[in-house]
Design a protein around this ligand. Structure first.
Ligand code: NZQ
Ligand code: ZN
Length: 388
């Protein structure tokens, strides 16, 4: 296992009714920016519950944060936050609202000019201050509730970029599994696939003498395989919902990445598919991930075979046969959740995609992705073309 330094400052309040602890966790006399999305929280009662808990605070609402939150929308929140001198952000929603809150938190005190630089020039590392954030998670998927990452889109240039900063870990996140019951089936499937792919990005590299990390990762994947179909069949099953929620958090709170090589090329390519065609984040991962493993087979076959054995219980065959079957099982799993895995099944306008992505990655100098830079720009083209 490689050396590492790890700190995760987010306090998790997990379980039924934990929203009642909201007030205890927000600083006294805070002026709160209450950030949310397109209104699902008004339909399922989470808005009313949250408002009832924070009754005496000064609250400024900002709604309309879209899935794949947009810079153009968020700059309106930044303006509002500055005008109202907010000093706490309460994000109530899925990964998009939480990611939006993180951008707003850094952008409000940003002094370097246009906050888009946080994404395009990765200036977050230089920043000393951010508005503190608390979260009520309504969609298990991204892990944003317990990490310092955020992904923001820009409508005008059709870009989707990410940043990370230790300043934007939520101070606390409330995880009540009851929120799962109102989720549309496609969002549940997306959540399972996103979390599963997060584990794969931190696991499917090469053996690194880190059995504790491998066992954590395999345990999360096995759990998602067990509970994914159950929660899809019955979103009100609070036991499965709780395990689903915690699996998603554990998949991307930094723990399983420590001491091991990571890849993340599937995510970087996938973000382009959302930016270009508006395909849901998890669906882009289902399109790209299996083909990345096919193209990078010779580099990843040891871990692919280990995954096939320990996660899918494939015990017979050569290392190569097991590795190949592991990839096929992954595709079958995504299909079983109702998610398609070919780009042409989402858009008819796909033939230029590899060329556009190659050009964008070249312009950004993203020429060697993945562990040890093995996913070269030529490999990216091959992966995308295989995904049509
Ligand atoms: O906007 P509302 O009305 O709230 O509706 C949302 C939205 O339409 C709805 N929804 C959320 N909770 C609900 C609900 N509907 C009914 N009942 C509930 N309880 O679901 C829709 C999708 O929400 P969104 O937040 O967009 O989904 P998700 O959590 O999958 O987040 C996706 C975003 O997170 C980024 C993605 O790129 C994408 O932009 N990611 C963030 C990461 C991070 N911060 O670490 C890592 C991920 O890899 C990912 O990139
Ligand atoms: Zn993801």
């Amino acid at each position: 296992m490689n050396s590492f330094e790890y700190r995760n400052p987010t306090k998790i309040l997990f379980g039924k009714g934990k929203i009642q602890k909201l007030k205890d966790n927000i600083p006294e006399n805070a002026t709160i920016l209450f950030a949310y999305g397109g209104g699902s929280i008004k339909k399922n009662g989470i808005y009313d519950q949250a408002m009832a808990e924070i009754g005496t605070y000064k609250v400024i609402e900002f709604s309309g944060i879209e899935a794949n939150p947009r810079y153009e929308t968020l700059m309106k929140a930044v303006e509002l936050g500055r005008k109202e001198k907010i000093d706490f952000i309460l994000a109530v929603g899925g990964g998009s609202v939480l990611d939006a809150a993180k951008f707003i938190a850094l952008a409000i005190p940003y002094e370097g000019g246009d906050p888009w630089e946080i994404l395009v020039n990765r200036t977050a590392a230089k920043q000393k201050m951010a508005v503190p954030i608390g979260a009520i998670l309504t969609l298990p998927a991204t892990g944003s509730e317990m990490n310092g990452n955020s992904v923001i889109s820009r409508e005008s240039s059709r870009e989707k970029l990410s940043f990370g900063s230790p300043l934007v870990f939520p101070a606390f996140s409330i995880l009540d599994p009851a929120v799962v019951s109102s989720l549309p089936k496609i969002q549940i499937a997306n959540g399972v696939i996103d979390a599963f792919s997060h584990v794969l990005e931190q696991y499917m590299t090469y053996p690194a003498d880190a059995p504790i990390q491998d066992n954590f990762a395999e345990g999360i994947m096995r759990t998602l395989i067990q509970i994914g179909p159950k929660i899809l069949a019955n979103p009100s099953d609070e036991i499965s919902a709780g395990n689903f929620m915690w699996s998603c958090t554990m998949a991307l709170n930094g723990l399983i990445a420590q001491g091991v090589p990571t890849d993340w090329a599937t995510h970087m390519i996938g973000h382009e598919l959302t930016a270009l065609y508006g395909i849901d984040h998890a669906q882009t991962l289902a399109i790209i991930g299996p083909n990345l493993y096919r193209v990078m087979f010779s580099n990843k076959k040891e871990k692919l075979a280990q995954y096939a054995e320990r996660v899918w219980d494939i015990r017979v065959g050569t290392l190569e046969e097991k590795a190949t079957e592991g990839i096929e099982k992954t595709v079958d799993f995504f299909h079983s959740l109702g998610v398609k895995t070919k780009l042409s099944e989402y858009t008819a306008d796909y033939k230029q995609t590899a060329g556009i992505i190659q050009e964008r990655f070249t312009n950004r100098n993203w020429l060697a992705l993945g562990e040890n830079g093995i996913v070269t720009i030529e490999k990216v083209k091959e992966i995308v073309e295989m995904s049509y």
